[in-house]
Ligand binder design. Structure first.
Ligand SMILES: [Zn+2]
Length: 210
């Protein structure tokens, strides 16, 4: 489990703990992440740290986001600034993500979420949009967040459905809320939410064991 009140890093995986992010000072630009273009085959678990940034604006570090590939699935944990760009650099698209998981609702963990959600419903060979509703998992408040995003972007959702034939189902959202326990089981991959103390007044917040 990782816990950093300073940089909002809340994320963990079995046998792998993401390093706490360091201050972005005089860093070389982030290289393209070396994730698998194909989702990891069953038995493998590939973790790619897509972004370890902070709310501070940085040209060299995007916001909190981690790609986990296991069981033929592409799972995104948090969607900070630039998450969609980093997903693409990792050989995927927002549309090829099977599920998105949120640890908490600090802006640096969710301010790339609109892009992940909206870009994910563009069909076609380039963006490879999803064919099913957007699946998102997170602590209590996730439904409210997604309801707000859908309301904010209702004009885009509706016009693309009418003008471009975007399948209605792909803009739909299935928000799964849980503050503790097993939240996801698919293809032999289990994700368990673990409550964490992210600081006073910052609840709920969870880590994820995979
Ligand atoms: Zn935070």
């Amino acid at each position: 489990m990782t816990l950093s009140r300073t940089h909002c890093a809340i994320w963990a995986a079995a046998a792998l703990v993401a390093p706490a992010p360091v201050a972005a000072q005089q860093e070389a630009p982030e290289a393209a992440p070396e994730a698998s273009a194909e989702a990891a085959v069953s038995g493998d678990l590939v973790v790619t740290l897509l972004g370890t940034g902070t709310p501070t604006l940085s040209e060299t570090r995007f916001g909190a986001a981690n790609l986990v590939q296991a069981g033929g699935l592409n799972l995104l944990f948090d969607a900070g600034r630039g998450a969609s760009i980093r997903v693409a650099q990792a050989g995927q698209t927002p549309g090829t993500l099977d599920a998105v998981f949120l640890t908490h609702f600090h802006s640096d963990h969710v301010n790339g979420l609109s892009d992940i959600y909206l870009t994910g419903y563009f069909v076609g060979a380039t963006l490879k949009g999803r064919t099913e509703p957007f699946q998102i998992y997170g602590p209590t408040g996730t439904k409210q967040l997604m309801d707000g995003l859908q309301a904010a972007h209702s004009w885009d959702i509706e016009t693309r459905r009418i003008d471009e034939g975007t399948p209605e189902a792909t803009a739909q959202v299935v928000a799964h809320e849980a503050d503790e326990g097993v939240v996801f089981e698919q293809n032999g991959v289990t994700v368990t939410a673990i409550p964490v103390n992210h600081g006073q007044n910052m609840f709920p917040a969870v880590a994820a064991r995979i």
